[in-house]
Design a protein around this ligand. Structure first.
Ligand code: MLC
Ligand code: AMP
Length: 507
């Protein structure tokens, strides 16, 4: 049971149908070509010594080769470990030490960083560069390989991928995702969202997270649909191709940015049968404004790295703004009290899920895994939710200390650890502020070690940028004499958010 077995059958049937079209480069690939390229990468990795289950860590720019490498890893029986291109050397080193990949594929600008990491880790890896002018890239090496490869058999619980997600302790955890998890969730979404022949997906999401890779690509690939593949989201460029698409997926920022374009008209959106939003809450005003502009109702769904997609508004029934719809077929959703007792309709509590979409646990962290499952096998998402009388689920908050900025997750603890290491900082607290473009932005409250010392925001930002992906770096900084605390001594982030996190806050 290898997910790629199912995919390759679809690719074979699709043959010369377009798989990927990249308007930015003019490049186009048919399904036959995509399957051949995947086979070349599978052959190469196998020839280089890949043993099924080996992790292949990949930090590359989005493109046809990146997608083919993902598919090649699946086909060869490897475990795919995608990494955000924004991650710094410090972050990458942690992932490599933790996951112990046998192979790393990176873009040429990261070759030096990974070479250095390779000298520091106990278990070294084979390093390949994806791009670059010099010979010796993984693309060159793959060119010499056979275009056919017999897909390696895997058991359903074997790992297709490990995706790192941070946590309240500040240390990222590798979510282990099986072939069966991906196949089940992909097939459920295909059915639920009514994918049909002729559908064309506008794909402008990154492919190193669940949304771009396991929701968007999985649906399109399982349906052998054309993808209009952008390297990143640019509202103006997207508008040029929107009339050629029938489905678009995005985080809420994509939709607010489209609405900010005067040129975004009803006519441009007419051909799109389905606009889907997820990864962060879609504001009701965005939903309403979108309907006013295009006549279309954005379909909001809810998921996470550990579970894939859990709930979705319906394709044909009523899509209700501010809700994330019904549990998907096969997935159970329940709302529990703090004593783990089921709550009644409309009562807010801990949202828990169970089903074939739920991951296999955290990589080499059995005790963390155990902490996040209930005795009867439900995964505790850390989201606070409720279910109404019609069965619609709403996400009303988070019990986990998490900031979601433009669809990217930031755990405050990870940023606080970097800030607290700075000598001139006594302590810090990181919290969300209302960001007009990203929904939430990262704010930091700082208590200086020496109150008379002058610290510049620029200096703090620069230190953070050395160690943290740039989207995690605080964009609003306030200096306080002391952090607000409750009687138990716990920092009151709600107080910080109320005082310094509002959209009208002036420094
Ligand atoms: C970019 N920047 C961000 C940011 N994206 N800062 C905060 N939050 C973000 N989301 C910063 C960069 O670090 C950089 O800072 C500056 O903005 C310009 O970078 P850019 O790459 O040019 O930005 P832009 O192209 O405008 O990107 C914004 C975006 C992108 C919204 C298009 O972030 C995006 O594609 N987000 C989607 C994320 C996603 O796929 N999430 C799904 C996770 S899966 P500086 O200082 O260096 O200039 C998941 C499960 C589920 O959540 O349910 O789907
Ligand atoms: P990640 O860990 O990156 O996969 O992010 C998952 C988290 O994103 C979830 O636990 C939710 O908090 C949030 N999320 C995803 N989709 C939605 C949505 N439609 N509405 C609100 N929050 C969402």
């Amino acid at each position: 049971m290898n997910l790629y077995q199912v995919l390759s059958k679809k690719f074979f049937q699709a043959g010369d149908r377009v798989a990927l079209r990249m308007p930015e480069t003019g490049l186009q690939l048919t399904y036959k070509q995509l399957a051949e390229r995947a086979a070349q990468y599978a052959s190469l990795l196998t020839e280089e010594g890949l043993i099924p289950g080996d992790r292949v860590a990949v930090q590359v720019e989005k493109g046809a080769e990146a997608l083919a490498i993902y598919l090649g890893v699946l086909q060869s029986g490897g475990t795919y470990l995608p990494m955000n291109t924004a991650y710094t050397k410090t972050e990458l080193k942690y992932f490599v030490e933790n996951a112990e990949p046998a192979f790393v594929v990176c873009s040429s600008k990261q070759t030096e960083a990974f070479s250095e990491i390779n000298q520091q880790v106990e278990r070294t890896f084979k390093l390949f560069t994806l791009d670059g002018d010099s010979v010796g890239t993984i693309c060159d090496a793959a060119n010499a390989m056979a275009k056919e490869f017999a897909t390696v058999a895997r058991a359903e619980n074997d790992l297709a991928a490990i995706l790192y997600t941070s946590g309240t302790t500040g240390r990222p955890k590798g979510a282990m995702i099986s072939h069966a998890n991906l196949l089940n969730n992909g097939q459920v979404l295909l059915e639920y969202w009514g994918w049909k022949e002729g559908d064309v997906l506008l794909h402008a999401l990154p492919i190193f997270h669940v949304h771009g890779l396991f929701v968007a690509c999985s649906c399109a690939l399982l349906n052998a649909s054309e993808m209009i593949f952008y390297s990143k989201f640019d509202a103006r460029k997207v508008l040029e191709e929107l009339p050629n698409a029938t489905v678009m997926m995005g985080v809420p920022t994509f939709y607010t940015r489209l609405l900010a374009e005067d040129g975004f008209t009803k006519e441009l959106a007419d051909n799109v049968r389905l606009f889907i939003s997820g990864s962060a809450p879609l504001l009701e005003e965005t939903f309403n404004e979108f309907e006013k502009r295009t006549g279309k109702l954005i379909l909001e769904r809810y998921g996470m790295t550990e579970t894939g997609m859990n709930t979705s508004n319906p394709l044909n029934g009523q899509r209700i703004a501010g809700t994330v719809g019904y549990p998907l077929p096969g997935t159970e959703v329940r709302i529990m009290s703090s004593d783990n007792i089921p709550l009644a309709e409309d009562e807010v509590g801990s949202l828990q899920v169970k089903g074939p979409n739920v991951f296999q646990g955290y990589w080499r962290m059995p005790e963390k895994t155990a902490e996040e499952f209930t005795a009867d096998g439900f995964f505790i998402t850390g989201d606070l939710g409720k279910v109404d009388s019609k069965g619609y689920v709403s996400i009303v908050g988070r019990s986990k200390d998490l900031i979601i900025s433009g669809g990217y997750n930031i755990y405050p603890k990870e940023v606080e650890m970097v800030l607290n290491d700075i000598q001139s900082i006594e302590e810090s607290a990181v919290f969300a502020f209302v960001h007009p473009d990203f929904g939430e932005g990262v704010a930091a409250a700082i208590v200086k070690s020496d109150p008379t010392e002058n610290i510049s925001d620029e200096a703090l930002v620069s230190i953070c940028k050395d160690q943290l992906a740039s989207f995690k770096v605080p964009r609003r900084i306030v200096y306080l004499d002391a952090l607000p605390r409750n009687t138990m001594g716990k920092v009151q982030k709600n107080v910080l958010r109320d005082l310094y996190g509002q959209s009208d806050y002036q420094k």
